[in-house]
Design a protein around this ligand. Structure first.
Ligand SMILES: [Zn+2]
Length: 397
């Protein structure tokens, strides 16, 4: 087979199995377990030893209040800035705090259900070498009811739109507060516009939450693509070999979509030495030719991925761009929170892929093989370069 296309091609075969033979994989479900078992078979077939370990997780709550609250805040700001400018000054801060509230909620809900992680690695290991773990979540997300392609992309940017609008209103409040009299004629149109934006955002969220008839997504891009690429890389390194100064591991997590529970459990387990491990998180890697490397996560309190290790990726993949997950998250954040070095790779750029995020349309047909190939080849070069990085040098001491 042509080496140039083999990683993407192999990844596609795994994605096809996960999406078309297994289908949606809710956290804690039989289908999620089938995904883990399938990945285990593939790793064993390539000579790795595997281990599954149980994960306890908190299922998604019946109702999230956060987005509705955000809609209400922007509506109040839109009507209040003229008369209660002091109060309006708070709204951008409140909107930045809401994603933090959501994050706090996710980590503090009681764990009542069981999922699992799968970890594969080379037998007979030298435990002194730095361990590089490719990581991807196998579970899929609840499907949004409002899934028209035009509305999905807009809703995904909803909180950002609200935050920008709040900053604009803040600016008007300050102008008003320091005594420049703004004409009353702008008051009503602005109040109406913010009301419409707030109602759209809170309303869409409410419909998505109350109408769960569509079940769970097939999760082809999010994140059979990450699992497929992880397994394809496992096969690649089984054939071509691993740089002598590194160990490689392959982690498939469960219960990511419920709040990174699989990754949190793994980061706390005794399967890794925290100080000698680098996790390379692959989430949504079949979504277009633009490769993104996540620089930080969080809106107000952020986790940062290691600068040196991001730069190294930019060396092997010069077209990659840095991105900031101000609202989204991923397994890498659970590792960073636990003190384990982690980077995260995503792809974007395919309009169709953007429009299917967390909907029933996230199916095999939406996956872009070229983006898998591009990312896969870059990661092979990355692993080749890693032994020469400052990071690995200090770990080898
Ligand atoms: Zn994901």
């Amino acid at each position: 087979m042509n080496e140039q296309i083999s990683i993407g091609f192999t990844a596609m075969e795994h994605i096809r199995f996960l999406t078309e033979n297994i289908g949606p994989r809710p956290a804690g479900s039989l289908q999620e377990q089938r995904g883990l078992d399938y990945a285990a078979e593939q790793l064993i077939r390539n000579g790795y030893k595997t281990q599954q370990s149980p994960v306890s997780f908190a299922p998604n709550p019946a109702f999230y209040i956060e987005n509705i609250l955000a809609g209400i805040i922007i509506i109040l700001a839109g009507w209040g800035w003229y008369y209660l400018p002091w109060l309006t000054l708070l709204s951008p801060l409140l909107l930045l705090l809401i994603p933090e509230l959501e994050r706090w909620n996710e980590t503090h809900r009681p764990h009542t259900r069981k999922s699992a992680n799968l970890f594969g690695s080379v037998e007979d290991e030298d435990y002194d070498k730095p361990l590089i773990i490719f990581c991807a979540h196998v579970d899929s997300a609840p499907a949004m009811a409002v899934d028209h392609p035009l509305l999905v992309g807009l809703f995904a940017h909803g909180m950002t739109i609200l935050q920008r609008l709040a900053i604009f209103i803040l600016f008007l409040s300050i102008v008003h507060l320091i005594g420049f009299s703004l004409p009353f004629s702008i008051y009503l149109p602005l109040a109406i516009i913010t009301s419409l934006v707030g109602l759209w955002f809170a309303g869409t969220d409410l419909i998505n939450q109350l109408n769960r008839k569509k079940g769970y997504t097939t999760g082809a891009i999010d994140n059979a693509s990450g699992v497929g690429l992880t397994l394809a890389l496992a096969e690649h390194f089984a054939v071509s070999g691993v740089p002598r100064r590194l160990r490689l591991g392959f982690l498939v997590t469960g219960a990511e979509e419920t709040g990174l529970h699989g990754a949190m459990a793994f980061a706390k387990s005794n399967l890794i030495q925290k100080q000698k491990t680098l996790v390379i998180n692959l989430d949504m890697v079949g979504a277009g030719r633009d490769v993104l490397i996540v620089e930080k996560e969080g809106s107000l309190f952020t986790y940062k991925t290691p600068v040196e290790l991001n730069k190294l990726f930019l060396n092997v993949c010069p077209q990659a761009k840095l991105t900031w997950y101000s609202l989204k998250s991923g397994d890498f954040a659970a590792f960073l929170a636990a003190g384990v070095d982690a980077i995260s790779i995503q792809t974007t750029g395919n309009d169709q892929a953007e429009a299917v995020y967390h909907t029933v349309n996230d199916t095999f047909d939406a996956v872009d093989i070229q983006s898998l190939e591009l990312t896969g080849q870059a990661l092979v070069r990355y692993v080749d370069m890693l032994p020469y990085s400052q990071w690995a040098m200090t770990k080898n001491d």
